[in-house]
Design a protein around this ligand. Sequence first.
Ligand code: APR
Length: 248
Amino acid sequence: IYKWHYSGLNRWHGAGSTADFQKIIQERCDTYTQTIRPGSRSRNCQAIRQAFMSAFISKDPCKATKEDYNSLINLAPPTVPCGQQVFWSKTKELAHEYVKRQRLMTLEDTLLGYLADGLSWCGEPGSSDLNIWSCPDWKKDCRTNYLSVFWEVLSERFAESACNTVRVVLNGSLENAFDSMSIFGRVEAPNLRPQVELEAWLVHDTGKPPSDSCSGSSIRKLKSILDGRNVKFRCMDNLSRDQFLQRS
Ligand code: APR
């Protein structure tokens, strides 16, 4: 039992693969391509599911590379129409509520973002199954796990495709609304193309004072990353959640 516990499928510190992963991917893909965006080019959901599985099945779950996901992402690149793109950081629920009311899109409104939203997956060398018991945790096991690398590479491609004005919803109830270690800070902001304009919205919990503002040090840091890339920047702060959702 000792040996099984430490060398077996249970050894990682993160949640195991979502039950029925393949079935969920297939069903979400059918829903997305038939109901949510029937106008989108017809995608082959069986090929997408297969490419997703071959990215990580039978592989060391701590040795994920961006290249592992190339064929999957090339089947469905995460692009959205110019000017409709919304990034978020520590504001997932709010950002999704916001885009629902507008003609705007987050990464989770693209096919691959929609397929993987909230799911967990990893494999095991020598096995063709998913490990449903545990998957590597970013902090406790390894950063190069398949879940983290997936969101990083998908986010990178999403940011690279941005054009015109894009927005980011940041959490004004945190001391540092901009976190340079988050995916938005590490991957998306540094990959925006020159001439793109980023609008940052700092939104705080209704009924509480804000904890960060456009003139704070975290936003100055964001501004300096963008200045280095010739990305234009505008910042709006002191908005409560209710104000933000109503004006938007
Ligand atoms: N489902 C599950 N996990 C996700 C999802 C998702 N849809 N999107 C991101 N993740 C993971 C990533 O590992 C991410 O680091 O959850 C973490 C969310 O952390 P936050 O600090 O709240 O935000 P951030 O790291 O900035 O990531 C969100 O990245 O995925 C892109 O376009 C997305 O702008 C957004 C940003």
